[in-house]
Design a protein around this ligand. Structure first.
Ligand code: T4K
Length: 390
């Protein structure tokens, strides 16, 4: 038997900025006495990020879930109306619908992209449908063109959960340009992180203004400095029921420094990806989903599907890998539609979601981050997998 790893190998490892540069920026923040509430670092980071992603309109948030809550709130969808979404996602996606007093309706996914199927969306549309919340799962883009057509035909809003799609581009344009609004997550486990954090990307300036205000308790879009200088009482300027969704100055400088190293991490992950493909492609029981040619990989996860055969299944591989100190993740098993809080919805019935069940039962996210290139780690992981599935 091959020797297990001395230290656990997790599904991911956070990207940590260069400490010297980071601490210098922390000092700058501390000495400025300005720690949060859309300060200098926040504004600078927002601009840097917009340039990096080559997009015009972006607002930062303290995490992706709050960003998604605000995205739905700002669209002012009728109370109790239905939002069609995928069950093959993280809990934050349907939760954000329910937190807005809206009803999630699950539609099945496409077998190849694992994203919500346009045909299934159309089948689920009723008079009560107000929006579609698609998820670019693992950075695989939803059928954005098909969803746009449906939205026009039925007068629906489109929200994209792009938590996994930081670098995903279609024909060299950010995936986040599609739909009314897209949410990015900058959680520690994401390719690009601010420890916790998120962003909304949008086209309509009025919608952007709403995001800005809802993020800050609903306080009207006035600068803090104006409030201080002119002694304006903020209570006079609360227009809506907002929330505290602000990214702070330390998160922002973490983001500024991480942005400098994310390209290198992407390149490293590309090399990890190539090694996985060359080592694992010949194993009959493993299928590696591939991006279409005009799509840039998101480098977020490395999912594989395991075709069950005799004792060998996804769960068998998962459990065997644990013996070697390798902790893969079964993202996203079980489906959100199986959770206690959603299982009684009529759209949650198993017969309504056959592809989602099939995908969720066989998928496994293998360890995927640049540092796997060190000390032959990635080669050893592949060797172990080949040993388990001869
Ligand atoms: N929509 C989608 C589609 C999402 O996937 C997510 C988040 C959201 C919305 C919401 O965005 P945020 O509000 O989070 O910005 C993790 C993350 O917490 C979560 O952000 C992520 N999706 C989800 C898919 O994965 P867990 O419960 O799997 O995390 P955890 O703590 O088990 O971490 C996974 C592995 O990462 C660990 O085995 C070890 C490693 N790790 C983790 C942390 C936190 C580290 O090495 N260092 C760390 O600091 O949810």
């Amino acid at each position: 038997m091959l020797k297990p790893f001395d230290n656990p190998i997790f599904v991911t490892q956070p990207l940590i900025p260069e400490k010297k540069k980071l601490f210098k920026r922390f000092e700058e923040v501390i000495e400025s006495n300005w720690l949060t509430n859309i300060g200098k670092q926040h504004i600078f980071f927002e601009k840097e990020l917009a340039n990096y992603l080559k997009i015009k309109n972006i607002h930062l948030f303290n995490n992706g879930t709050i960003a998604l809550l605000i995205a739905l709130k700002a669209l002012q969808l009728p109370k109790n109306s239905e939002v069609i979404t995928t069950p093959f996602t993280f809990a934050a996606t349907p939760h954000s619908i329910v937190w807005n007093s809206l009803k999630p309706v699950f539609a099945d996914i496409d077998k190849n992209t694992m994203t919500i199927s346009v045909q299934e969306i159309e089948r689920a549309i009723t008079k009560k449908t107000s929006a579609v919340l698609g998820v670019h799962v693992y950075g695989f883009p939803c059928d954005v063109i098909g969803i746009s057509h449906l939205a026009k035909k039925y007068n629906l809003k489109i929200i994209y959960d792009a938590a996994h799609a930081f670098t995903t581009q279609i024909d060299q344009k950010s995936i986040c340009e599609w739909g009314d609004v897209s949410m990015l997550s900058f959680h520690a486990t994401k390719l690009f992180n601010t420890i916790e954090g998120g962003a909304l990307i949008y086209n309509d300036a009025d919608l952007g203004k709403k995001f800005y205000e809802l993020r800050n308790f609903g306080i009207k879009n006035i600068k803090n400095q104006e409030v201080i200088k002119e002694g304006i009482k903020t209570k006079d300027f609360i227009q809506e029921v907002g929330i505290n969704g602000k990214m702070n100055e330390l998160q922002s400088v973490w983001g500024i420094e991480t942005l400098k190293i994310v390209k290198k991490e992407q390149e490293d992950r590309e090399n990890v990806r190539k090694i996985y493909i060359s080592e694992l492609s010949s194993i009959d029981q493993i299928s590696i989903p591939r991006m279409p040619k005009n799509i840039t990989n998101s480098y977020q996860y490395f999912p594989v599907s395991i075709y069950p055969k005799k004792k060998l299944s996804r769960d068998y591989l998962y459990n065997e890998l644990l013996k070697y100190n390798i902790y893969c993740r079964k993202y996203f098993y079980p489906l959100c539609s199986e959770f206690e809080c959603y299982k009684n919805l009529s759209s949650a019935k198993k017969k309504n979601l056959p592809i989602s069940y099939q995908v969720a039962n066989n998928i496994l996210c293998l360890p995927f981050y640049g540092a796997l290139l060190k000390h032959g780690t990635i080669q050893k992981i592949c060797k172990i997998i080949r040993h388990i599935i001869p």
